[in-house]
Write a protein that binds this ligand. Structure first.
Ligand SMILES: Cc1cc2nc3c(=O)[nH]c(=O)nc-3n(C[C@H](O)[C@H](O)[C@H](O)COP(=O)(O)OP(=O)(O)OC[C@H]3O[C@@H](n4cnc5c(N)ncnc54)[C@H](O)[C@@H]3O)c2cc1C
Length: 294
């Protein structure tokens, strides 16, 4: 069932509908699951940024790459790029990268990144990007000081935002907030009961992660079929930052697992050497929550 709509008007969805025919499809409910897109930064030269999708589509790796932002997209891609031979810098405006993750493990990851040659700068907010000849200049503030870095590619790693701007939600009477469509505990719009939302496009309190989106999609489907009975449970959602092995395992044989368990994240280290994800005896077993003390 491609698109469901009742009287609420969602012009962008109708637009997408036309790709499968000229018909306007009508239904009793609309499910908004449009995901997220890179956030507008409102800086000069923003159009020169490469998005994460464009980064994955690159045919060749530029020599000097700057990541604006210090979240998991920056670190995952920085490691890929550095290992493939690029000179990589990460500029993060906060005082600590990967702010939502375990500080001890983040410190180890930062150290491992430095050893790989990745330059990571905190308290450095990108303020503008400029083309100069065949390369780019990245301007950044560090307090009152201005820094300029030369790069061949500047990647947007400074946050994602619900992709709901073009849906004309006002015309549909669908309330929203910065984090996405405003919903009740059943993932139903607080202002239009014909509308539900799931995934990165919903303001539900869940992290914008694949397992959360999947769970929410399942709950919305069941609430639509059975009536409002099901609510999401965000405890123990696994979240993985792919990166280097952080202790004695051969490089590349372990991946770091962070568990966002409704409080400070807990973690485990998984041994992936023989294809299985077996918990390592030195780390907290995956699934056990370590709370407090961070
Ligand atoms: C680089 C990157 C790495 C990530 N790594 C991880 C990870 O390791 N682990 C993890 O859990 N999560 C990760 N995420 C987050 C994860 O991708 C999202 O949380 C998840 O995809 C959200 O699912 P969704 O269904 O809400 O949205 P999406 O998967 O984004 O799907 C939304 C779909 O809706 C379409 N769409 C948008 N607007 C409209 C419209 N108007 N009409 C019709 N269709 C529309 C979009 O084109 C898209 O196909 C990563 C994200 C990025 C960008």
């Amino acid at each position: 069932m491609p698109v469901l709509t009742y009287l609420p008007v969602l012009p962008e969805l109708f637009g997408h509908c036309q790709q499968v025919g000229e018909d306007t499809l009508v239904g009793r409910h609309v499910v908004i699951a449009t995901g997220a897109c890179h956030a507008d930064l409102g800086i000069a030269g923003e159009e020169l940024l490469t998005t994460s999708t464009q980064f994955l589509d690159l045919d060749a790796l530029p020599r000097r790459i700057v990541f604006g932002g210090g979240g998991y997209i920056a670190f995952e891609f920085a490691h890929i790029a550095a290992r493939a031979g690029a000179k990589v810098q990460v500029l993060h405006r906060g005082s600590r990268p990967l702010e939502k993750f375990d500080p001890d493990l983040v410190a180890m990851l930062v150290q491992a990144s430095r050893e790989l040659g990745i330059e990571e700068h905190v308290n450095r907010a990108v303020t503008a990007i400029e083309r100069q000849g065949d390369h780019l200049l990245v301007h950044a503030h560090a307090g009152a000081q201005e820094h300029t870095v030369e790069a061949d590619l500047v990647v947007h790693a400074a946050g994602r935002t619900p992709e709901i701007d073009k849906l004309d939600l006002e015309a549909a009477g669908v309330a929203w907030e910065k984090e996405g469509v405003s919903v009740n505990e059943y993932l139903q719009s607080v202002s239009n009961p014909a509308v539900y939302a799931a995934g990165d496009a919903v303001a539900s309190g869940g992290f914008p992660l694949t397992p959360v989106a999947g769970m929410q999609g399942d709950i919305v489907a069941r609430n639509l079929l059975e009536g409002n009975r099901h609510t999401p449970n965000y405890s123990g959602i696994p979240s993985v930052v792919s990166g280097p092995a952080l202790h004695d395992a051969p490089r590349g044989h372990r991946k770091l697992v962070f568990l966002a368990a409704g409080g400070p994240p807990a973690y485990g280290v998984q041994d992936t050497r023989r294809g299985g994800d077996r918990p390592h005896s030195g780390g907290a077993p995956v699934g056990s929550a370590r709370r407090g003390g961070h």
